[in-house]
Design a protein around this ligand. Structure first.
Ligand SMILES: [Zn+2]
Length: 394
């Protein structure tokens, strides 16, 4: 068997550029590598998801299928190809048991560790001929920009999958069996401009309407970590801008007539996620009535909300959970199951009918300049995938 240097596979994918929407180089590298290892072009497919995604995309989701040693349902194995913009220009360097970025960038271990672990598994399939069930490898686009690749993927490609193993995390012995859902909202407050020194009474300050609403949200316990009536969730207000995304207001002597606010609400409970969002809507609508101009006019508030992804919880008897647990035990380690507080491609796989467990492959301090990859965890994930796939054959 031709053996493989897993670390060099990882270093090569870490060095590739590929922020959300620009994953073509990563896809090209995966395709060329697999073809070089003898994978037939007929096993490879790029889907038409960009036609359903509103933002620009340089490639679709990449699927590579392997017929198995047994007939029957397929297993999905997935990772996302994109990284956050902070990773652009990353130069990975080995530093003991870690890979770190050489300069002031993040690293892209989120989620090139998953991509590399999948490539190493494909190498095992091609050269070690390990037994495996029918497998669908899926490399998604635009995970970091709202899980759009997994949301808009060609569902026909995964409809035969019994379950999925999604690789996107730190520890290889931790399986994420549930994750929160998220609503996004945009509020537009239309006030009225006036000279702030000469005729302030004729103006309606959109900034003050926003401030009163945010005070109400904060005092009501709907901001940050939210605990209400035994339910939990979170909320954040992330962006305040004018209609062009620039600074709010034109001058200190003008009553500000417009503010746009963007935020999000998350929870494991879809009803509570909506309740948090409604609390925000009520606060903005209510605060608009508190500020009147000299004729009794008030601001207009336009509140738009959208479910970005729904929460999911794998049923306890989902076969991927027992497969994960016995595979980790077979490697002499203790499996852990946890709930995730961020959205995952697995949220959408669940919606598409493929319950998926997410495991880690060594990413650490993601989306930050301090990002690094833990090579013990990466190697552990490669070992675990081999065992999981072998055990799923029978
Ligand atoms: Zn990720």
């Amino acid at each position: 068997m031709q053996s493989i240097d897993r670390i060099s596979v990882l270093e090569k994918v870490l060095a590739l550029a590929g922020k959300s929407g620009e994953e073509h180089e990563v896809a090209k590298h995966i395709i060329n590598t697999c073809i070089g290892w003898g994978v037939s072009p007929s096993q490879i497919h790029v889907d038409d998801s960009p036609s359903r995604i509103q933002s620009a995309c340089t490639t679709g989701n990449l699927f590579i299928s392997f017929p198995g040693a047994r007939p029957g349902p397929e297993i999905l194995i997935s990772s996302h190809m994109d990284t956050v913009p902070l990773c652009i220009g990353a130069k990975p360097v080995l530093d003991g048991g870690r890979i770190v970025p050489a300069g002031a960038t993040a690293l892209g271990g989120d989620n090139r560790t998953g991509v590399a672990a999948m490539l190493c598994l494909i190498h095992l399939i091609q050269f070690k001929k390990i037994p495996h069930p029918p497998l669908v490898f899926l490399f998604t686009i635009r995970e970091e920009s709202g899980l759009q690749g997994s949301r808009y993927l060609d569902q026909a490609r995964i409809k035969g999958c019994l379950f999925g193993i999604n690789i996107d995390g730190g520890s290889c012995i931790e399986g994420t069996k549930a994750a929160v859902g998220a609503n996004r909202f945009t509020v537009e407050i239309h006030g009225k401009a006036s000279h702030a020194g000469v005729h302030p009474e004729k103006g309606i300050s959109a900034i003050m309407v926003a401030a009163l609403a945010m005070e109400n949200i904060f005092r009501g316990g709907w901001f940050g970590k939210v605990h209400q009536g035994g339910k939990t969730g979170s909320s954040n207000i992330g962006i305040l801008s004018d209609s062009e995304g620039l600074a709010i207001g034109q001058a200190t002597n003008v009553v500000t007539d417009f503010v746009r606010i963007k935020g999000e609400c998350r929870s494991m409970d879809p009803d509570f996620m909506n309740e948090i969002t409604e609390a925000h809507q009520l606060a903005f609508e209510g605060s608009s009535k508190k500020i009147l101009d000299h004729q009794g006019n008030t601001a207009r508030v336009h509140f738009q909300k959208q479910c970005e992804y729904r929460p999911f919880i794998l049923p306890q008897n989902c076969p991927v959970i027992s497969l994960f647990e016995k595979s980790v035990l077979a490697l002499g380690k203790t499996p852990l199951l946890k709930d995730g507080r961020g959205g995952l491609d697995a949220n959408w796989f669940f919606e598409h009918g493929v319950p998926s467990l997410t495991i880690g492959a060594g990413q650490n301090q993601i989306h930050s300049l301090g990002e690094w990859v833990d090579l013990v965890q990466f190697q552990g994930a490669c070992d675990l995938l081999e065992v999981m796939v072998s055990k799923a054959t029978t």
